[in-house]
Design a protein around this ligand. Structure first.
Ligand code: COA
Length: 350
């Protein structure tokens, strides 16, 4: 991220938070690089207002949280948060704590759009809260993580001790919180603190890939899915079953794209969509037939290396794998893979 585009007329960001929106992805970056993006009291209010604004902004389909420069966030700012808050009166303190909690987990845990933490460097202490609160996390392999609180004479406070137990094993959480030992992005991925770690020069591209895949989905269903998974975690089996039944009904009832209905119709009646990603016969006169997906998956131009399912019937021995755009359940822009075989003399008679 650069901070070249910090000025957004009438937007709440622009100082400690910068936002760049491109192709449906809102890149939200903490912009305190001189302090390695340590989080101040002031930042909390700006970030909270930013998240609220992007919630309503239709140009934001997926939100990526990152940091300007080479740091994701060096945790709570020892000067501009801890020391600053120490000097405040109880009412002011309460406001800061509330705003900080609201952005770091209140908004993010329940954000109505998919969120990805793109960890580009240091990630310490309080930064674990927004890290875990984001739905997904992708780290640079050489990013450095540290639960350093023990070295500062404090416990992992805020809500850090709680969020650790959400994604880390008890042993890992205790080990790293009690020793304060640092670990890198690879280790974070091994421990499932992040989804994956990639070389730093691939970090942004990989994040874009994941974000694009989320953007292709039905937003209403993605939203309900993440809520369902997060909520079910703290419910009993009986409560989950009842809650999920109601959540499913709610999703179906409120889905403006009528995804379930369309999906069933396309698969069962029109035979125009297969969820495993192949197209089904009879769609085009030139002949689209299905066979298991080739590996590696074809690009638009790649020639299909698999024998045609029509070979021996006087039809094409092989054809060209193409990416086929289907009207997918609930959406019209699904890209799935189909294998379009050249039909011979029985052209159109599949
Ligand atoms: N709070 C306030 N300022 C911080 C900070 C934090 N959490 N983390 C870094 N900074 C500031 C430093 O004070 C320094 O500012 P200065 O140039 O005005 O003196 C600047 O950021 C650069 O940090 P520096 O320590 O010089 O960088 P480094 O590359 O040598 O070390 C770290 C990087 C992350 C290892 C080190 O800054 C650090 O340990 N920070 C504290 C991280 C932490 O434990 N956070 C959790 C707090 S509970």
């Amino acid at each position: 991220m650069t901070n070249s585009n910090t000025v957004h007329e009438g937007k709440p960001w622009g100082k400690d938070v910068v936002v760049d929106i491109a192709d449906g992805i809102a890149w939200v970056a903490i912009n305190r690089p001189a302090k390695l993006n340590a989080m101040s009291a002031e930042l909390a209010f700006e970030m909270l207002a930013t998240l609220d604004a992007l919630e309503l902004d239709e140009s934001c389909g997926v939100l990526v949280l990152t940091g300007v420069g080479d740091s994701w966030s060096a945790g709570m700012d020892l000067q501009d948060y801890f020391r600053a808050v120490d000097k405040m009166n109880p009412m002011e303190k309460a406001q800061v704590y509330r705003a900080n909690a609201a952005w770091q987990w209140g908004r993010l845990v329940d954000y109505p759009k998919p969120t990805i933490a793109m960890v580009n460097g240091w990630c310490f202490g309080g930064a674990f809260t927004p890290l875990v609160a984001c739905d997904l996390a992708i780290a640079a392999e050489d990013a450095v993580f540290g639960l350093s609180e023990v070295n500062w004479g404090i416990i992992p406070g805020g809500i850090v001790s709680k969020v650790l137990t959400e994604v880390m094993s008890q042993r890992d959480a205790l080990y790293y919180a009690m020793t304060g030992e640092n670990f890198d992005g690879r280790k974070a991925a091994d421990m499932r603190l992040v989804n994956e770690a990639v070389p730093k020069d691939r970090l942004k591209d990989r994040t874009i890939e994941v974000a694009k895949s989320l953007l292709e989905k039905n937003p209403m269903v993605v939203r309900a899915t993440k809520t369902a998974i997060k909520m079910s975690k703290s419910l009993s089996w009986e409560q989950s079953s009842e809650y999920l039944r109601a959540k499913l009904d709610q999703t179906i009832a409120l889905d403006p794209e009528r995804g379930r209905e369309k999906g069933m119709r396309q698969f069962l009646d029109e035979k125009s969509y297969g969820p495993s990603g192949f197209s089904v016969g009879g769609v085009e006169a030139s002949g689209i037939v299905s066979h298991p997906l080739p590996s590696p998956l074809p690009s638009r131009e790649r020639e299909c290396q698999l024998p045609s399912p029509l070979a021996g019937e006087g039809l094409g021995e092989r054809g060209n794998c193409v990416r086929t755009t289907h009207s997918k359940p609930g959406r019209t822009n699904l890209i799935s893979l189909g294998c379009k075989h050249t039909a011979g003399k029985r052209d159109g008679e599949i």
